[in-house]
Design a protein around this ligand. Structure first.
Ligand code: BEZ
Ligand code: FE
Length: 278
């Protein structure tokens, strides 16, 4: 087909993909082309603006490496990550809600015993964390695998510090009654990395880069869906303007200052039974 016009080019591109063998890929690509073209038409995209967009995405690519995932940050700050979580993690009432994974989980973090201190030298006010892991029917989930990671008092994850090793992260197992407890440091609000193109986008749109204080959890147990979530700190100034739109009211907990100046937070998790569970 030659001499395509702005009126028929969308259908021409879609027709070119008609033989895509994978039906789901065909559906996604067709819809992507339709929406991309509709977007360009709606905003009457100029060639200069299109080129600026290409340059921006090129910078996002160049900023991404093993330690820094600028594409995830872009997806997070555009609300696409949280939209995908919300659509796919629509759990029954009573289950702990899921939220964004974020870019700072590390495979192979150390394993701890109940009661251990995960901080491993990370700066921060000491904090006790405890609670339980249960199933939707209230049954305890003994031995549930609990992965935890968090930023330190300076708002940095260990992976953002050269040679820090594993700090303020680790894995432990719930006890025979599904209870867990560990020590770490007080979670503080922190800015997502904003020294790259995503930071430029935030500034250009008058947005701040801050996330409210939180602990990350990933909880796994046979027979249950894996839960990826956070526990947020009640009273944080950024709960209503999280840079990545991840806050759920049900995930906000009180972090209570103790007489010795340390903190205590308690949170009980409820897992959704896996669809293929007996
Ligand atoms: C985080 O909470 O670790 C995070 C989530 C999304 C983007 C950046 C950081
Ligand atoms: Fe985080």
């Amino acid at each position: 087909m030659r001499n395509l016009t702005q009126d028929n080019i969308t259908q021409a591109v879609i027709a070119r993909m008609a033989d895509t063998p994978d039906a789901r890929l065909k559906e996604i690509m067709t819809s992507l082309v339709q929406h991309l073209h509709a977007f360009a038409r709606e905003v009457k995209l100029t060639e200069a603006e299109w080129f600026q967009g290409i340059e921006f995405l090129t910078r996002v690519g160049h900023t991404t490496d093993d330690q820094r995932q600028e594409f995830i940050l872009l997806s997070d700050t555009l609300g696409l990550s949280m939209l995908t979580v919300a659509m796919n993690q629509d759990k029954p009432q009573g289950c702990t809600e899921a939220t964004v994974f974020g870019p700072f989980y590390v495979e192979g973090a150390p394993t701890f015993d109940l009661g251990d201190d995960l901080a491993n030298g990370a700066p921060g006010v000491p904090c006790q964390v405890r609670g339980s892991v249960r199933g939707l029917a209230g049954e305890p989930v003994p031995g549930a695998e609990i992965h935890v990671w968090q930023a330190d008092a300076e708002g940095k994850y260990d992976v953002q510090r050269a040679d820090a090793g594993h700090q303020a992260r680790g894995m432990l197992h719930a006890d025979g009654k599904g209870h867990y407890h560990f020590r770490s440091i007080l979670a503080e609000a922190y800015p997502i990395p904003d020294d790259g193109p995503v930071g430029d986008m935030l500034r250009a749109t008058k947005r701040h880069p801050w996330r409210p204080a939180h602990l990350h959890f990933m909880i796994k147990a046979p027979g249950y869906e894996t839960l990826i979530t956070h526990v947020f700190r009640n009273g944080d100034a950024y709960l209503d303007s999280d840079a990545v739109f991840g806050v759920r009211q049900s995930l906000v907990a009180d972090w209570v200052k103790q007489p010795d100046g340390n903190y205590l937070v308690e949170y009980d998790f409820v897992l959704n039974p896996a669809k293929d569970a007996p």
